[in-house]
Design a protein around this ligand. Structure first.
Ligand code: SF4
Length: 444
């Protein structure tokens, strides 16, 4: 059997694409290996959200290219690049990395089997044409090779129409397309039959799911209802929510459905209304505050997480301060942070005269990080003494003790010392302590 190694970078969408590629490759007689030195086929599935990730992808290709060039045993290996950098740079990758055999864009992952056949005949292939459709017709022919675990990630939309001025996604993933509900439901049922206990619906803006359907009136709330009706004990989550796309109906549906968890990821990006305008986000500070308040009022014990960018072009110290106060004021339970990184093709990348010096960006990032840590601990402390349901995800040894770790319905990580491996079980846990990044608990 031939062996394939895939190095996956970036977000869950990429991890899901890797699972799809592994599914197709297994039909072609390839077996996954975790050792790149043993592979006949090496693929780097890339992310282009920041310059650093792109540089990492090319440095990985460089290492493999050197093997191919210098080591006799590696002369016949095939090297490919997929994901967002592939979509964005297309044919130009062959110039920069001449040892690459194929470039596979995000719109074309289901062309992989045909590409492999062509490169095995000695051809070099670039397949990055944009498409306006999801490729589900092709997908039907292949099973997905899921990474074993508790949580199955299922993409429900591809692409984005929002064109935030800093973001590369609309250029690398294309316009927003919703996958058909029947295929998503089949995928969910297959994953549950395989033993997965949690389904996470994925998309750049999951809340606008279905807006592009011409033949039906079917939105995220409808999909959640159908998934919730599947028999069995499991949980449902969805990420990411664009603030102004969250409808009252969606919030009510989350409250009503027993399997849908009390968790919303609602990126704010900046606490300053002026910066939000420059980012082309379609809300201001006050609108965001109202949305978060509504979710908190309607969903008991909800966890709300966010994303923020430090040092967006033109951001003043006062505007940055507004981001710090937003994290406090809206009691955000956790936030992902990034220092602004200009991305080719995006509008903000042209505002070079407004770029914030690296040292100031770094310093703002550090202050944001500190604020996020303080709020995370504050949020965790609220649950000490409570009894919560935890879905166990991992079992490992730490300093001579065996630990089960898992997630509550509202996405809090809990560490539970216990000698028995309970991975995949739902357990009732008494919360006994809180640290910055996790809760401590004991089985009831
Ligand atoms: S909503 Fe904005 S930040 Fe999110 S993927 Fe779309 S363009 Fe990027």
């Amino acid at each position: 059997m031939k062996k394939v190694y895939i190095e996956t970078m970036g977000c869950q969408m990429n991890k899901s694409d890797t699972e799809r590629m592994l599914g197709m490759l297994s039909y072609m007689g390839y077996e996954e290996t975790k050792e790149p030195e043993q592979a006949d086929l090496l693929i780097v599935n890339t992310c282009s959200i920041r310059q650093l990730s792109e540089d990492k992808a090319f440095s990985q290709l460089g290492v493999w290219g050197k093997w191919k060039h210098e080591k006799v045993d590696f002369k016949t290996i095939k090297i490919g690049i997929s994901g967002c950098v592939a979509q964005q740079k297309a044919e130009s990758i062959f110039k920069r990395a001449p040892y690459v055999d194929f470039v596979l864009g995000t719109h074309k992952i289901y062309a992989l089997p045909e590409i492999i056949e062509r490169i095995n005949k000695g051809k070099r292939v670039c397949e990055c044409t944009e498409t306006n459709a999801t490729e589900d017709n092709l997908a039907k022919n292949y099973d997905i090779k899921r990474v074993k675990g508790v949580n199955a990630w299922i993409p429900i939309t591809e692409g984005c129409n929002n064109f935030c001025t800093y973001c590369i996604v609309p250029y690398t993933r294309g316009r927003e397309r919703s996958r058909l509900p029947e295929l998503i439901i089949k995928e969910a049922k297959d994953a549950l039959n395989e033993g997965f206990k949690e389904i996470t619906l994925l998309g750049q803006n999951v809340d606008s799911y279905g807006k592009d359907f011409k033949d039906r009136n079917y939105r995220l709330a409808d999909l959640l209802r159908e998934l919730n009706a599947i028999d069995g004990e499991f949980r449902i989550r969805f990420v990411t929510s664009y603030p102004t796309d969250i409808t009252d109906e969606l919030i009510k549906t989350v409250v009503e459905l027993d399997k849908v968890c009390e968790y919303f990821h609602i990126p704010m990006q900046s606490g300053s209304s002026e910066i939000l305008k420059a980012m082309n986000r379609r809300y201001d500070r006050q609108t965001y505050a109202q949305i978060v308040q509504k979710v908190r009022d309607m969903v008991p014990d909800v966890t709300i997480t966010s994303d923020f960018i430090a040092g967006f072009p033109g951001e003043t110290e006062e505007q940055f301060q507004e981001t710090l106060t937003a994290i406090d004021e809206f009691e955000l339970d956790y936030s992902n942070l990034a220092a602004y990184s200009p991305r080719e093709k995006t509008v903000a990348a042209r505002w070079t005269d407004k770029f914030i010096p690296e040292d100031i960006k770094d310093e703002r990032f550090q202050r944001l990080n500190k604020k996020v840590q303080e709020n995370c601990l504050k949020s965790n402390l609220k649950y000490v003494g409570r009894e919560m349901e935890v879905l166990i995800e991992n079992f490992y040894e730490h300093k001579g003790k065996m630990i089960n770790t898992g997630k509550t319905r509202n996405f809090k990580t809990v560490h539970i010392p216990c000698d028995k491996d309970m991975t995949g079980e739902f357990v009732n846990v008494k919360i006994t302590g809180a640290k910055t990044w996790y809760l401590q608990g004991e089985i009831k």
